[in-house]
Design a protein around this ligand. Structure first.
Ligand code: 5RP
Length: 230
């Protein structure tokens, strides 16, 4: 599909989700090229007076910068430990709404925000829907720089092919100052079991598997926008 069409689909999904936000809500702002359409639409609704009393918590430094630029009032988890709604993207969505996230390397903050959120709404174009996680995307795994090679070896021992993510010719650095190993496991039969294995390893800060965290997926395709619910 040409890039322009994909962008149009991302916009449709993002804007649909932004319209689920109501006045007075604490809002989590996701990261990535789909979630930004939701963030921009929320800003428009605030600007037009359609939404009042909104404060938002961004899931990355990039989203924070964008939100400040377009005039969304920000807050913190310290001030608001419970978030009403978060709109975020995903790299893969399986039939029971388990996700792979972290294509932009923001999945640590994204998961912290998602865990604090009443209603996590995922926005995606329909190329993100898969039968099994891992079929099109490696799992982004954030590791601390110290001894990251040991985590790469651990991932290999689990059957993955890990690659250190680069930013030009340097290692990509997350907002937390960590590194990302993109671990290709192929199709994953039991993502919850794999998530537990990854969580038990020192040096792994967070992985991009989001298990059972959302009940709302907004998918845009050539036939329009579908709001999938579980
Ligand atoms: C960033 C993310 C993004 O939400 C995910 O990568 C989807 O991005 P995009 O909407 O640009 O395809 O998890 O860490």
């Amino acid at each position: 599909m040409p890039a322009m069409n994909t962008d149009a689909l991302k916009r449709q999904a993002g804007e649909y989700a932004a319209n689920l936000v109501e006045s007075g809500m604490i809002v989590g702002l996701g990261s990535g090229s789909t979630a930004i359409f939701a963030t921009r639409r929320i800003a428009q609704r605030i600007g037009s007076g359609a939404l009042t009393g909104i404060v938002a918590i961004p899931t990355s430094l990039a989203t924070e910068a964008a939100a400040i630029k377009i005039g969304i009032p920000l807050t913190t988890l310290a001030e608001h430990p419970r978030i009403d709604i978060t709109v975020d993207g995903a790299d893969e969505v399986d039939p029971v709404f388990n996700l792979i996230k972290g294509g932009g390397g923001a999945h640590l903050r994204e998961k912290i925000v998602a865990q604090a959120t009443e209603r996590l709404v995922i926005v995606a174009d329909d190329s993100k829907l898969v039968d099994q996680l891992g079929s099109t995307w490696a799992i982004p795994i954030e590791v601390i720089p110290f001894g990251w090679e040991a985590q790469a070896a651990y991932l290999e021992s689990l059957g993955a092919a890990p690659t250190l993510r680069l930013d030009g010719d340097r290692p990509f650095q997350t907002d937390g100052g960590n590194l990302i190993l993109d671990a290709d496991f192929g199709s994953i039969a039991d993502p919850a079991a794999l998530a537990h294995l990854l969580e038990s390893r020192a040096g792994i800060v967070e992985h991009g598997l989001f298990i059972g965290m959302t009940r709302d997926v907004i998918v845009a395709g050539v036939d329009g926008v579908r709001h999938l619910r579980r």
